[in-house]
Design a protein around this ligand. Structure first.
Ligand code: DMJ
Length: 522
């Protein structure tokens, strides 16, 4: 607030600011308009954090400042995905918090200003969806719509991670256009999956053809999986669940290698890149929501191991050589490991996760804290810093760390967090059908193995064979796709006696000598 407000993001080393909204994403805007003076991005991103911290006075000040000053009628080319998760998500979530009667915000003076701003922004997104495929352009000019000669290349997350914010906007305003546009894009994207239920990373919105066939669970794809599942939680549509279930099993089957996830070609399922990336660290958090706690825990430990090796998590780490990627050595204060740690602690209450959180906090203070704020790390091998504090540091990294140690806000509410850490409430009115696990009176607190297995109704759907098998004590389930062999000694007479392998999610078969195993690789 001292050095950057009302600009977009803080430069903590020089104690200045950057107006980064137009630059969000990988492609850079070459010339910022001269009159472009920022959109208080970090302030918008911090609204829900202020409520979680209980700082209602600052929240109120921010809401009224934004109501009077925020204006989207600017000649700025923004990245649709980033603007959606950061700005639209920040505004919609803050509007919901501002009107929540259990939060003692001075509501008399709040006249839906944030929702009015959100609707204005949402309308400016809509021209991006006017393509032959309904897949949206990655970039849009807030004032002029899609620019002439705009790139037609976008990413899977760019098309498939809009439904939470745009769906919430439609539900709040009663204007169905936002949710319809996001859903049409999502359905079209899903129709482009391969026969293995895998998607690529980049595609062309005009032709609907894939550009990059290799994909994983990290950059360009990550929040697509997250939003399929969270959309099911938020809106209760079976359609989202069915898409997620197929997509999730595809990931576990073709990307997972023990606790790690590599990339693979969507057409063949063959491994392409053996790399651990910082963005992938959100996956164990998603697996917690699914009820796949054991798999979440084992991957999380690997990320923690790499974090401890360097002090923070490098952007890319070569699994086959156990070294940092030569050009992606940075750590821009990303939240994903803290996020997963928070979810795993919520699911297990295992104090080990508190210790992990403590060591993350210590590292951030030791390596990245400077007088002007917290600086990104340019090179994790030398801990050389970079003059940038991304808005997601406050929206997510700090929020998840705070919630790990004080979950008062979370414990009494039924919210899902968007991919940018903005809370949205699970409401009956928004639901086709509310899953049992999300009805507060059905909440289960995990205390023992038996309960761990039944902690989420979602895992019942992923693993029905085991769960319905109530006539004998169920053997431990190792992952959501795991179906144990019918005999604990793995002996068999036919393939029917064999289950589904917990690591590869492939069906096991009975060998000529009478043992269940992965004898054939298709
Ligand atoms: C955030 O902006 C979001 O979590 C997004 O989905 C990808 N990751 C960044 C922070 O790392």
């Amino acid at each position: 607030m001292i050095y950057a407000f009302p600009h977009d993001e803080l430069k903590p080393l020089t104690r200045t600011f950057t107006d980064s909204l137009s630059e969000l994403g990988n492609l850079k805007l070459e010339h910022l308009p001269q009159d472009y003076n920022g959109s208080a991005l970090t302030l918008i991103e911090s609204l829900s954090s202020l409520i979680i911290l209980g700082n209602h006075t600052e929240f109120e000040r921010a809401v009224f400042w934004l109501s009077e000053n925020l204006n989207f009628d600017v000649d700025a080319r923004v990245n649709l995905f980033e603007c959606n998760i950061r700005v639209l998500g920040g505004l919609v979530s803050a509007h919901i918090l501002a009107t929540d009667s259990t939060i003692r915000f001075v509501q008399g003076s709040y006249m839906n200003q944030l929702l009015i701003l959100a609707k204005d922004l949402g309308q400016r997104f809509l021209p991006a969806f006017e393509t032959p495929t309904s897949l949206p352009y990655a970039w849009i000019n807030l004032k002029h719509g899609v620019m002439v000669n705009e790139t037609t290349e976008t990413s899977t997350s760019g098309c498939g991670s809009l439904i939470l914010e745009m769906g919430a906007l439609s539900r709040l305003t009663g204007d169905p256009r936002f949710e319809s546009a996001a859903l049409r894009a999502l359905r079209r994207l899903w129709s482009m999956r391969s026969s293995l239920n895998l998607l690529g990373t980049t595609l062309d919105v005009e032709t609907g053809e894939w550009i990059e066939y290799s994909s994983g669970i990290g950059a360009g794809v990550d929040s697509f999986y997250e939003y399929l599942y969270k959309a099911h939680i938020l809106f209760g549509k079976e359609e989202y669940w069915r898409m997620f279930q197929s997509a999730y099993l595809g990931v576990q089957k073709y990307f997972r290698y023990g606790p790690w996830y590599h990339e693979a070609d969507m057409r063949t399922g063959k491994a392409t890149y053996w790399q651990l990336t910082s963005l992938q660290a959100f996956w164990p958090g998603l697996q917690v929501l699914v009820g796949d706690i054991t798999a979440a825990n084992s991957s999380h430990r690997e990320f923690v191991h790499v974090w401890k090796k360097y002090g923070v998590l490098p952007e890319r780490y070569l699994l086959d050589h156990q070294i940092v990627h030569p050009t992606e050595k940075y750590y821009p204060l990303r939240p994903e490991l803290a996020e997963s740690t928070f979810y795993l602690y919520q699911a297990t209450k295992d104090p080990w996760y508190i210790e992990v959180g403590e060591s993350i906090v210590k590292s951030l203070n030791l390596y990245t804290r400077v007088n002007g704020g917290f600086a990104s790390v340019r090179d994790v091998t030398s801990m050389q810093l970079e003059d940038h504090q991304h808005s997601f540091f406050l929206a997510e990294t700090c929020k998840y760390l705070y919630l790990l140690f004080d979950d008062t806000f979370w414990a009494s509410r039924n919210y899902v967090f968007t991919t940018e850490g903005h809370p949205l409430p699970v409401l009956r009115d928004w639901h086709d059908r509310l899953p049992e696990a999300y009805i507060p009176s059905n909440w289960t607190y995990v205390k023992d193995d038996m309960q761990t297995r039944r902690a989420s109704s979602m895992s019942l759907q992923l693993c029905p064979a085991t769960m319905l098998d109530s006539w004998r004590p169920a053997p431990p389930i190792e992952s959501a796709c795991h179906i144990p062999d019918s005999r604990s000694d793995h002996r068999c007479l036919t393939d029917e006696d064999c289950g589904v392998d917990s690591t590869s999610c492939r069906r096991r078969s009975c060998s000529v000598s009478g043992y269940c195993g992965l004898w054939q690789f298709s």
